[in-house]
Design a protein around this ligand. Structure first.
Ligand SMILES: NC(=O)c1ccc[n+]([C@@H]2O[C@H](COP(=O)([O-])OP(=O)(O)OC[C@H]3O[C@@H](n4cnc5c(N)ncnc54)[C@H](O)[C@@H]3O)[C@@H](O)[C@H]2O)c1
Length: 155
């Protein structure tokens, strides 16, 4: 299994793409910290993955763009798994609205979750990966063709 002994955090993974990524990683031996802002979704998703893959998947519900919670996710992963190798900032939101009346609150919430949550999770995780002195991957995926995929690599 290609991710044996690897530990991963995936945000916004209670359903959809993040959930499928968790399942794939768990199927291939990774230990997973599965995050979602919706606690019941997170718990159900982690339970399902454990049952279906026989792997280790723990749920941690919370807002992946909250700076205090970001550190909690990283500390929990390191505390439970002893290391951190893979971080996927999958949580993302779209708040639709009319351009002329779009509110600053909606605009800054989208920036906070999609940009801030990605940047500060990558930063917190990179510190751990640097300490470990082994490679790690920090990923943020985007729609192909509309924006370049984000990938920060630490050797
Ligand atoms: N589905 C697509 O076609 C598509 C295309 C391109 C990019 N994306 C991006 O991929 C990611 C996942 O897409 P999806 O379709 O699986 O989304 P989804 O809406 O099915 O799932 C996203 C999950 O993120 C959770 N979430 C939202 N805000 C959160 C927060 N602040 N903290 C933690 N969890 C939070 C939601 O509760 C939800 O369970 C998103 O970032 C989305 O923008 C999706």
């Amino acid at each position: 299994m290609i991710f044996n002994d690897k530990a991963a955090i995936i945000t916004g993974a209670g359903q959809g793409i993040g959930f499928e990524i968790c399942k794939l990683l768990a199927d291939n031996g990774a230990k997973i910290l599965l995050n979602d802002i919706d606690e019941s979704l997170a718990n159900l998703a982690a339970e399902t993955i454990q049952k279906e893959t026989g792997g280790i998947c723990i749920a941690l519900a919370g807002d992946s763009s909250d700076l205090v919670f970001i550190n909690k996710m990283v500390d929990t992963a390191v505390g439970q798994f002893g290391r951190l190798d893979i971080v996927i900032a999958n949580a993302g939101i779209t708040l639709y609205g009319d351009f002329l009346t779009y509110s600053p609150e909606a605009f800054f919430r989208v920036m906070q979750v999609n940009l801030g949550g990605t940047f500060f999770l990558a930063q917190a995780a990179a510190k751990v990966m640097k300490e470990q002195s082994s490679g790690g991957a920090l990923l943020r995926h985007r729609t192909p063709g509309t924006q370049k995929s984000g990938c920060l690599q630490h050797e």
